[in-house]
Design a protein around this ligand. Structure first.
Ligand SMILES: Cc1cc2nc3c(=O)[nH]c(=O)nc-3n(C[C@H](O)[C@H](O)[C@H](O)COP(=O)(O)O)c2cc1C
Length: 443
C-alpha cells in the first residue's frame, strides 16, 4: 500500500484526509470517533465568542434520486464555549498524538482578540490554527468571516496579527465569494501564512417553499442567504485550488476543500496541486466511515500508476492552460455504438434543439449492421452522427443514459468540419444537409 503520510507545512498526519471545520468536528467525542475510523486530521468547528444558532439551518438540492447533490447552511460558528472546545482539543490530541488537530478560529477584527485566541489554541496543544476568513453569512455582517476574506488588505492584516503570536503553523481559509481568488491568497501568503485552505461555502439561496413562499431553510417562515457546498461546488473548488496552486507568487501548500466525497475527488485535487484534503458535507451525508474507501482507493491508484503522494501532486497542473493556448487543430467527432443504443433519441433531441444539428435519425435497416434491431429500436429512428456538422461538443455523450454508448473519437487531421456559416454559404442548414444525406445515403 502506498505511503499516504504527510507533512503539511510542518503538521504531520498519517494520511491527507482531514475533516473540514463544521458539524462533524463540533465536539471531542466526534473527532475521536473520526480518528478511530481513520481520518488523518480534523479542523475543529470554528471557535470564537459563542453565538446562538437558528433552527432550522440546512437545505439540500436533490437531483433525481441523488439526495444532497448540493447542500446549503445558515449555521454560524460553534455555539459551545471556548474553554470547552480547548479542553476537548487537549484531550483528543493526548489520545491521538499522531493525528493533526487544527483549531479553526474566528474572533472580532482586533489584534488583542486574535493574539488571545491564538495563544489559547497553542496552549491547548493544537498542531496548527486555521483562520476562518470565509463564512459567508451571519459572521460577515459583524465584520468577520467573508467580510475579511473579501478584502485582501484585511486578510493580510489579520494573518499578520495571528503570526505575531503563533508558534504553530497558521493556515488561512479563503472564501470563494470573490472575483479573483488570487488577491486574498497572495495577501495572506505575503503576510506570512504557512498554508492556505479553500474553499469555504459559496453564497446561495437554495430554494423557496411554493406553498408557504418561505425561503429554504426556513426560520419561522423567513430565510436568509447561506453557504453552498457538497458535490455541486467541486468544479468551483477545483478551479480555485488550481488557480492558487498555479500562481507564481504563492509558495505555500494548499489544503483543498469543496465537494470531496471519494478518493477520485481527492486525487483530482492533488493532481492539480493540493497537498491535503478536507471533507465536510460527504461526512454529514454518509458518516466517518467513508474515509476507509478514500484511503484504500487513493493508495491503490498510486500503486497502480507507480506514483507517490508527492509525485502525483501538481502532475495535472501543466495541462491547465489559458483558452488561447488550446490546439484549434484538435478535432473530435461523436461515434455511437448502435449495439448499446436504447433508441431513446435524447442525443438527437439535445443536438437538434440545443446544439449543432449533427445527429439525424435513420431506420435500423439502413445502418448496415448485421442482425435484427434490438427490441428498443423497432420502429424508432436510430440516431446517426452527421460527421460534417459535428463540432465535437460532447453534448450527446453527456446526455446519453447508457455508459460507453457514445464516444468522442479523435479525427484531427481529417478535412476541416463545416461551420454553420459554411452551410449557410452553400444555401442550406446543417439540419437540411443531414436530411439530404440521410435520403441519399451520404455522410
Ligand atoms: C453546516 C456547515 C457548517 C460549517 N461550519 C463551518 C465553520 O464553522 N467553519 C468553517 O471554516 N467552515 C465551515 N463550513 C464549511 C466547510 O468547512 C467547507 O469549507 C465547505 O462545506 C466545503 O466543503 P464540503 O463541500 O466538503 O462540505 C461549514 C459547512 C457546513 C455544511
Amino acid at each position: 500500500m502506498a505511503d499516504l503520510s504527510l507533512d503539511f507545512c510542518g503538521i504531520r498526519s498519517p494520511n491527507p484526509f482531514w475533516l473540514a471545520s463544521g458539524p462533524p468536528t463540533n465536539s471531542g467525542d466526534q473527532v475521536a470517533r473520526a480518528f478511530e475510523a481513520g481520518w488523518g486530521g480534523a479542523v475543529w468547528k470554528t471557535i470564537g465568542e459563542p453565538i446562538v444558532n437558528v433552527s432550522s439551518r440546512y437545505g439540500g438540492l436533490d437531483l433525481g434520486t441523488a439526495r444532497m447533490a448540493g447542500f446549503n447552511n445558515v449555521e454560524l460558528i460553534t455555539d459551545r464555549p471556548m474553554e470547552v472546545n480547548f479542553r476537548e482539543i487537549t484531550e483528543v490530541k493526548k489520545r491521538f498524538p499522531d493525528r493533526a488537530v487544527i483549531a479553526s478560529l474566528m474572533v472580532e477584527s482586533k489584534r488583542a482578540a486574535w493574539h488571545d485566541v491564538v495563544a489559547r489554541s497553542q496552549d491547548a496543544g493544537a498542531d496548527g490554527i486555521e483562520l476562518n476568513f470565509g463564512c459567508p453569512h451571519g459572521m460577515s455582517e459583524r465584520g468577520m468571516g467573508a467580510a475579511v476574506g473579501q478584502v485582501p488588505e484585511y486578510c493580510g492584516r489579520i494573518t499578520g496579527w495571528a503570526k505575531e503570536r503563533a508558534k504553530i503553523p497558521v493556515i488561512v481559509k479563503l472564501t470563494p465569494n470573490v472575483t479573483d481568488i488570487v488577491r486574498p491568497a497572495r495577501a495572506a501568503a505575503a503576510a506570512g501564512a504557512d498554508a492556505l485552505s479553500l474553499i469555504n461555502t459559496v453564497n446561495s439561496l437554495i430554494g423557496v417553499d411554493l406553498d408557504t413562499l418561505a425561503p429554504l431553510p426556513t426560520v419561522r417562515g423567513q430565510g436568509s442567504h447561506g453557504g453552498y457546498c457538497g458535490p455541486a461546488v467541486k468544479p468551483i473548488a477545483l478551479h480555485m485550488v488550481s488557480t492558487v496552486c498555479g500562481d507564481r507568487e504563492i509558495r505555500v501548500p494548499v489544503s483543498a476543500i469543496g465537494g470531496i466525497a471519494t478518493w477520485r475527488d481527492a486525487a483530482e485535487f492533488i493532481a492539480l496541486g493540493a497537498a491535503s484534503l478536507q471533507v465536510c458535507t460527504a461526512v454529514m451525508h454518509h458518516g466517518f466511515r467513508i474515509v476507509e474507501d478514500m484511503i484504500d482507493g487513493l493508495s491503490a491508484y498510486l500503486d497502480e500508476k507507480g506514483l507517490t503522494l508527492a509525485s502525483l501532486r501538481g502532475k495535472a497542473a501543466k495541462n491547465v492552460r489559458r483558452w488561447e493556448e488550446l490546439d484549434l487543430n484538435y478535432r473530435v467527432v461523436a461515434a455511437i455504438d448502435h449495439r448499446r443504443c436504447i433508441g431513446c433519441q435524447l442525443c438527437y433531441v439535445a443536438c437538434n434543439d440545443g446544439a449543432h444539428q449533427a445527429i439525424g435519425l435513420r431506420p435500423w435497416a439502413e445502418l448496415g449492421i448485421e442482425g435484427p434491431a434490438p427490441a428498443s429500436m423497432t420502429g424508432a429512428g436510430v440516431p446517426v452522427i452527421i460527421e460534417d456538422a459535428c463540432v465535437g461538443c460532447n453534448l450527446c455523450s453527456l446526455v446519453c443514459p447508457v455508459p460507453g454508448c457514445i464516444r468522442m473519437e479523435d479525427r484531427s487531421g481529417t478535412a476541416d468540419r463545416k461551420s454553420f456559416l459554411d452551410y449557410q454559404a452553400a444555401g442550406e442548414t446543417p439540419r437540411a444537409a443531414g436530411q439530404r444525406q440521410r435520403k441519399t445515403g451520404e455522410g
